[in-house]
Design a protein. Structure first.
Length: 373
């Protein structure tokens, strides 16, 4: 039976932008060599084929600029037919290289009868919020239907800059005499039609927002509450969920208890997305399958406990922890909290998760006491 999970692949940790806000910036400091995924090493090809075959959707993103390892992306797409892909890029290359890379990905999609969405990160951190230079050129390529299989472009911004992003997009269209129609799908998603071409705008919280940014963004629990209204179903970290109103690639949820959202980082290590408490394997060291990963999750008491509770209960426990509560509030994005905190205090993270049943039971007793007064 086919799962409908999301698979996130990080082709490289290298990036030419060095944005000050980037959660990976400190890890890049003073480094000359960065890990790149290599299909010809070990069991990489077999492992990625297994994971992509069982995934509803595969996203190339991560801690670097994916287009700095386009060869790996295009080769992966070419050998996995009839699939849906997305590449998230900050457009940190010159336009000549971007055109070459997207054309190469398009050729791979033609070969495998697949489709690929390009998602551009647009914000002041990437210095591209004015829709100038690379962004202008890429949007014109999509308006001109430059590629047959790489034919949809999404725009990803931050919640704090959402109003400015939409204002600048409207200004860009006006200056270029482009007809624009915009419809708000939900608080974080806008369907935008520009000259009969679809450009979806997706807003996400800023990780480690400044005080000024936080004034324009939701707190951690408020964001989760809004997500739950959009998803209408419980959200468990590391498990498939709906796409928060996008609907562009079908609903993610499979209804399968063993569906897993997987991340493969640039070193080949595999973790659950948003639940990076333990490495479940490495694509180079052995042939990875979903059966193998499901077995390892089933035998991992921390992950099993974590997946037994909704994301709101989990984040509330982290926020109320005397050691990591303040840091959790600073991160302010539910799918980055565990990843970031594991870098700082892995033992405490696991303690909080193992203690979730007691924490939730105690909170329930306190609630009953308040109501009975």
């Amino acid at each position: 039976m086919e799962t409908k999970n999301q698979l996130f692949i990080h082709p490289t940790d290298n990036c030419g932008k060095n944005c000050s806000f980037c959660v990976y910036a400190e890890r890049r400091k003073d480094k000359k060599d960065f890990p790149h995924l290599d299909l010809d090493r070990g069991y990489a090809k077999k492992s990625l084929n297994n994971l992509i075959t069982g995934a509803q959707h595969t996203a190339f993103s991560g801690g670097g600029e994916p287009l700095l390892n386009t060869e790996m992306i295009s080769n992966t797409i070419a050998m996995n037919p009839n699939k849906k892909y997305m590449v998230t890029t900050g457009l940190g290359l010159n336009t000549e290289n971007i055109e070459k890379d997207l054309s190469q990905i398009n050729d791979a999609c033609i070969e495998s009868n697949s489709l690929c969405v390009i998602r551009i990160s647009l914000d002041s951190y990437h210095n591209n919020l004015d829709f100038d230079d690379n962004v202008d050129q890429v949007m014109k390529w999509f308006l001109d239907k430059r590629w047959e299989r790489v034919r949809t472009c999404f725009i990803r911004g931050t919640v704090a800059e959402g109003a400015l992003l939409l204002k600048n997009l409207k200004k860009y269209c006006k200056e270029n005499k482009l007809f624009m129609f915009k419809k708000k799908i939900n608080k974080y998603t806008y369907a935008t039609i520009i000259n009969k071409k679809f450009f979806q705008v997706i807003l996400r919280p800023t990780i480690y927002p400044t005080e000024e940014e936080l004034k324009k963004e939701d707190t951690l629990l408020k964001y989760i509450d809004n997500m739950l209204k959009i998803d209408t179903e419980e959200i468990n970290l590391g498990k498939p969920r709906s796409c928060r109103g996008c609907r562009g690639c079908d609903s993610w949820k499979s209804g399968l208890e063993n569906g897993l959202d997987i991340t493969v980082n640039a070193k080949g290590d595999i973790t659950l997305y948003g639940a990076e408490v333990d490495v479940l394997g490495n694509i180079y060291d052995e042939e990875i399958t979903y059966d193998l990963l499901n077995s390892r999750v089933d035998n991992n008491d921390v992950l099993k406990t974590l997946q037994s509770y909704g994301v709101r209960d989990v984040m509330k426990a982290f926020l109320e922890d005397e050691v990591l509560g303040a840091e959790t509030a600073k991160i302010n994005y539910p799918f980055a909290v565990i990843r970031e905190l594991m870098e700082k205090d892995p033992e405490r993270v696991k303690y909080i998760i193992r203690n979730l049943p007691n924490h939730i039971e105690e909170k329930g007793k306190q609630k009953i006491k308040r109501f009975s007064r």
